[in-house]
Design a protein around this ligand. Structure first.
Ligand code: F6R
Length: 268
């Protein structure tokens, strides 16, 4: 694992977008695993800008999102399908049939989860999985005690996650679903590489536990420590509780692999 600290949330998101773009340029039919949430809005804005200004091509790319609420149709503004359409899909040249989210409206949710895993396999697996981290320590909606080998399934959301996401529903907060379909921790760990992006002071404590604490099903994000190709990109505020932050800065300043990113402008 590498932890990369950027001065602020905008630059952390831009570096994340740059890494995704570079993967897509190297492999135009890459399979991307995507996340939703506030943290990712800047990443998708940066990718859309690269599409407009640099011709970043998504035409052969396939995408699989981590999760979807149970019971929200795609046209519901609070569904993750709607979020993805708004923030990324309709802003770039992704083919709609190449974009996948779990079907939270399926009559048979277990069959929908099996089907989702099958579709990921049929595409050859996920090349690069983007992750955020929730207040409960979740990746996707893998709430505390999610098995570290879990697969795509339905999960009840913790009160902490409901409190984290209810404000996004505004006046509809009471309508926020209490259950969701999510890729499992085991599904996520099968991606060929991972990027976890965390920004803001509210993430500092849980991020430090996930990155530097013991691997535990109580914090599903800690499972990324098992992954052989994992980058954690954070801003200064989210890095505040990391014990090893001076070492992580040294890595970024000295590792040759990071030279092109250190020197490139990540300004908008
Ligand atoms: C959403 C997802 C979640 C979020 C996490 C952080 O698809 O996978 O794990 O990444 O809850 O959400 P924000 O960015 O809103 O703090």
């Amino acid at each position: 694992m590498e932890v990369i600290i950027q001065p602020d949330a905008e630059r952390a998101a831009r570096l994340t977008a740059r890494l995704i773009a570079d993967r897509l340029r190297a492999k135009p039919d890459a399979v991307l695993g995507l996340a939703t949430g506030r943290t990712m809005e800047r990443v998708y804005a940066a990718l859309a800008q690269m599409h407009r200004e640099e011709g970043l091509d998504f035409s052969r790319c396939r995408t699989f999102n981590l999760d979807e609420y149970i019971g929200l149709p795609p046209e519901d503004p609070h569904s993750y399908r709607y979020y993805m359409n708004e923030h990324l899909f309709r802003r770039v040249n992704l083919r709609p049939e190449n974009t996948h989210l779990p079907d939270g409206m399926a009559a048979d949710l277990k069959a929908a989860c099996r089907d989702y895993e099958g579709r990921i396999r049929a595409c050859g697996g996920i090349d690069l999985q983007l992750l955020g981290i929730g207040a409960s320590g979740h990746i996707g909606f893998n709430e505390p005690l999610s098995a570290l080998r879990s697969r795509t399934r339905d999960k009840s959301l913790t009160p902490e996650t409901v409190a984290q996401n209810a404000p996004l529903f505004g006046a509809d907060a009471a309508r926020m679903p209490r259950r969701a379909l999510t890729m499992g921790v085991g599904t996520i760990l099968e991606a060929r590489s991972l990027i976890l992006l965390a920004t803001g002071a509210a993430k500092a404590e849980i991020l430090a536990k996930a990155v530097e604490g013991p691997i535990t099903a109580m914090i599903s994000a800690s499972a990324i420590q098992w992954h052989p190709d994992c980058r954690v990109i954070v801003d200064e505020a989210a890095a505040a509780r990391l014990q090893g932050r001076e070492y992580y800065r040294w890595i970024y300043e000295n590792e040759p692999d990071w030279a092109p990113y250190r020197n490139a402008s990540l300004e908008s």
